[in-house]
Design a protein around this ligand. Structure first.
Ligand code: NAG
Ligand code: NAG
Ligand code: NAG
Length: 529
């Protein structure tokens, strides 16, 4: 019965107040979908066509903008619906969700992706107009409107060789860093693409640096990769190395907003670890921050950089943050806690809550996520996987509901195998490049990201939702809501279930509406009050 208006558009049925024509789309702007048989579809871009996501335009007060993407094939479907003042006539629902804009939580910093060597290689493997399409797809007002960019300091596994900025013959050391120089990967891929992303973006982009491996001569193992710690006598050289990197990028007009103190410091403590890394205990890292990194940043007029600790999975929280912040020399230099998503499926978000409770002065920022990373996932790139879009949306909603201020995806673009990666640690990406075919594919993950990135500018503040379940079964619906700096309220829904979720949405400032969220659907609503 509630599906009576399905004819309007299939992703969401707004009972009673269906208003379907919000915006007419230029034919050339729309998604050209292709089904690779993995559950849903990709949008295909080539040298003459790519769908765009125009900036959102809000309807007048009393109506909500509704954007829908779904497994069934909707990609950023735009419509509007009116709030009703008379709640009593409204049909039954499974859940009533009421926005309480007075209860306020954390503010958004931003969303973004990583300028890995692999991303650069893939983007630059395409003809110039298509390179521009990808940069715009992420950083322009007609794309995801990303405002964060993670920049690896030297090589990562997503490089085609193992390198640092000061690689020497065995037995040699260079504590003054007189052989330090950026790599061809910086000069050819990362710097040009970052400069182009800056030009593409209509708002300033916050870049943050993360180091993976150190030169072998700085480590007890003598190697860039694998298990090994930084030699104690190299602590100050390693801090200087970071400053040299940041200054070298500044010379190319790329200024940094922050840095993480090490990508996944637990990796280099593992016996069988295979790629660029440094192993740190929290105690060692606190000493390095307090006695070396912090002071040397200040000495070089880089004291404004946001220093983010941990940069590892939430399984290490809150202990890692507690241990580092208990060091009185390190603590004053620390601004935030960087978190990776890989253990989120079995470690509860309580670890985020505790980290916030123990250190309310620190922001929490997700700094890495990708799908297809587990060894048992034999297919690394799954073209058209809606499951992976849901994993992204579910994780973003969950983390935002637990004090997180933003979310950073991993590689901006990978090839059809999920690389290149010098140790074959292939994974998936929201944009997959098919250079020989002169096409690239926007995965469902790309649209899942858009539901957050395009609606949540910096400074948006999370507000409370009161959820009252009335049906027999609790719908598998997750949600989060924010009030933006322009006072627009936004609310995201993800229905991962197999059933329609009937939602009664209440905002005492504007009224209420009932909407049906179809199975396997992501919806963002935005309204003025
Ligand atoms: C690009 O895609 C559009 C839309 O699907 C199609 O009409 C056009 O022929 C394609 N161009 C090339 C060069 O493949
Ligand atoms: C940096 O920006 C300045 C001013 O816009 C410009 O003159 C200069 O050429 C740029 N330098 C580089 C290396 O891009
Ligand atoms: C948003 O609302 C608050 C309080 O209702 C008001 O003080 C502020 O000026 C508004 N800001 C904008 C940008 O409209």
């Amino acid at each position: 019965m509630l599906r009576q208006h399905q004819g309007c558009f299939p992703g969401i049925t707004v009972t009673l107040f269906c208003l379907c024509v919000a915006r007419t789309w230029a034919h050339e702007d729309i998604c050209k979908s292709r089904d690779y048989g993995h559950g849903s579809t990709v949008c295909v871009c080539n040298s003459s066509h790519c769908d765009i996501l125009p900036p959102i335009h809000l309807p007048q007060s009393g109506k909500a903008l509704i954007v829908t993407s779904s497994k069934a094939g909707l990609r950023w479907k735009v419509s509007t619906s009116r709030f009703s003042q008379h709640g009593n006539e409204i049909l039954p629902s499974d859940v009533e969700i009421e926005v309480n804009s007075k209860m306020r939580y954390q503010r958004i910093i931003g969303f973004g992706g990583a300028f890995t060597d692999a991303s650069g290689l893939n983007i630059l493997s395409l003809p110039e107009p298509m390179q521009e399409m990808i940069l715009k797809a992420y950083y322009s007002a007609n794309g995801l409107e990303y405002t964060l960019g993670r920049v690896p300091v030297g090589g990562t596994d997503f490089s085609i060789r193992e390198y640092t900025y000061d690689d020497l013959k065995d037995g040699k050391t260079d504590m003054k860093l007189s052989h330090f120089s950026l790599a061809k990967e910086d000069l050819q891929y990362k710097i040009p693409l970052i400069q182009r992303a800056i030009r593409t973006s209509s708002t300033p982009v916050k870049f943050f640096a993360s180091a993976w491996g150190a030169p072998g001569w700085m480590k007890d193992s003598g190697k860039i990769s694998g298990k090994g710690k930084l030699l104690h006598k190299m602590y100050s050289t390693w801090a200087d190395y970071h400053v040299r990197f940041i200054k070298s990028y500044e010379k190319n007009n790329i200024t940094f907003w922050g840095l993480t103190t090490q990508n996944e410091p637990s990796d280099g403590l593992e016996e069988s670890f295979s790629f660029n890394s440094i192993g740190w205990t929290p105690e060692d890292q606190a000493e390095w921050i307090g006695k070396h990194l912090g002071p040397v940043l200040h000495k070089n007029n880089l004291g404004h950089l946001k220093v983010m600790i941990v940069d590892d999975n939430r399984i290490f929280l809150p202990k890692w943050a507690d241990d580092i912040m208990s060091n009185n020399e390190a603590a004053p230099y620390v601004s935030g806690v960087a978190v990776h998503w890989y253990t989120d499926w079995f470690i509860p978000p309580l670890t985020l809550d505790l980290t916030h409770e123990h250190h309310p002065e620190l922001f929490l920022l997700y700094t890495e996520a990708c799908t297809g990373q587990w060894p048992w996932q034999l297919l690394k790139v799954v073209l058209g996987s809606w499951v992976r879009a849901e994993e992204y949306a579910a994780d973003i909603i969950e983390s935002l509901e637990h004090w997180v201020s933003g979310w950073t995806d991993w590689n901006l673009a990978l090839d059809l195998k999920g690389g290149p990666n010098w140790i074959k640690n292939f994974v998936d990406s929201p944009i997959i490049v098919n250079a020989p075919g002169r096409e690239f594919y926007k995965q469902p993950m790309y649209y899942a990201l858009a539901h957050f990135t395009k609606f949540l500018p910096e400074g948006s503040q999370r507000v409370a939702l009161r959820r009252v379940y009335s049906g027999e079964a609790t719908p598998s619906l997750s949600s989060t809501a924010f009030v933006r700096p322009d006072n627009v309220t936004v609310l995201m829904f993800l229905n991962k279930g197999h059933d329609v979720a009937r939602v009664k949405l209440v905002d005492s400032r504007v009224g209420q509406m009932v909407l049906s969220v179809d199975p396997h659907t992501i919806i963002t609503l935005a309204w003025k009050t």
